[in-house]
Design a protein. Structure first.
Ligand code: ATR
Length: 279
């Protein structure tokens, strides 16, 4: 049976195995999907072991997406632009690296939530791996100007350089948040909610009919989404739909068929109150 795995740490509460097994069951595809705990120190070794054991494909989550980028023999254009990999496809003796986080986010917003992203003035809060993964796809989806704000300014500048879209993308200092004007789309991509940090964001960032998205779900997304609702957001969306959609895109890369995501999404959403946060 073909072997698939999720690499990351910690993975105890990961929903990915459940999502992929449900897709495989629905499409009648025989495969195994397991979790392989790996840290930055031993990821290369674990991945090589998995390849030797006949591993056909993988997903990569925190904190390994940038490392995975460096371990691939070939890269999709999206992985190249994000310089981060969340999907591995076996190619010969090595791995082709892809990134489906951005396509997953855009599909969740566009198809599930019926949000027209085109022309939206967009603020991206955070410039780590999660922000990198989604920024290129947001630009491709036709958002208007993208402003990147990050606690550590250098990292915001690096992301702006990477996106290479002069005139469309710029960085601002965190201290300048109260003076940036308002945005029609705000994407929260920091890990603060997962690590107990609290963001103080001015309500003035919210344009009328603003859409707010947190790439996390569950408790980790609660603080930002509460701020967004208090700021008058038309929609405050967590990252559960993105998680399911990025998984479906990865599944399609491996098996050539895209699963229907509604049933899996709805089941997880119904349980969300009881689910821990994470991938
Ligand atoms: P991820 O893969 O989740 O993006 P990461 O690459 O470690 O994880 O990036 C974490 C992001 O959350 C960064 O943008 C980080 O800001 P710094 O670059 O300044 O570290 C941001 N972040 C984490 N905790 C934060 C906090 N308490 N306030 C603001 N930003 C925070």
């Amino acid at each position: 049976m073909s072997q698939f795995a999720l690499f990351g740490h910690p993975l105890a509460h990961s929903l990915s195995p459940r999502i992929h097994r449900a897709f495989a069951r629905d499409l009648g595809i025989a495969m195994e999907y397991r979790t392989i705990e790996a840290t930055a120190e031993n990821f290369a070794e674990r991945l090589a072991e998995f390849a030797r054991a006949g591993g056909a494909g993988g997903n990569v989550t925190l904190p390994l997406k940038e490392l995975a980028f460096g371990l691939c023999d070939a890269l999709s254009p999206m992985a190249q632009r994000a310089q981060a990999v969340n999907t591995l496809v076996r190619s010969g003796s090595g791995w082709l690296g892809d990134n489906t986080d951005g396509s997953g986010l855009v599909r969740d917003l566009s198809d599930r939530h019926r949000i027209d992203l085109r022309g939206r003035r967009t603020l991206l809060i955070g410039a780590g791996g999660a922000a990198r993964g989604v920024a290129p796809a947001l630009l491709d989806a036709g958002i208007d100007k993208l402003v990147v704000v990050n606690r550590t300014a250098e990292r915001a500048d690096q992301l702006v350089d990477l996106l290479d879209a002069p005139g469309r993308v710029g960085s601002r200092y965190w201290e300048d948040l109260p003076a940036l004007g308002d945005f029609e789309l705000i994407v929260h991509a920091t890990s603060a909610g997962r690590t107990g940090g609290k963001l103080e964001l001015p309500f003035g960032l919210a344009a009328p009919r603003m859409v707010a998205v947190d790439l996390n779900y569950g408790e980790a997304a609660a603080g930002f989404l509460a701020w967004a609702r208090a700021a008058g957001a038309e929609a405050a969306i967590d990252g559960l739909g993105m998680l399911v959609e990025q998984a479906a895109d990865a599944f399609e890369r491996w098996h050539g068929r895209r699963p229907d995501t509604e049933a899996v999404h709805d089941a997880l959403r119904a349980e969300l109150a009881h689910l821990p946060s994470g991938d």
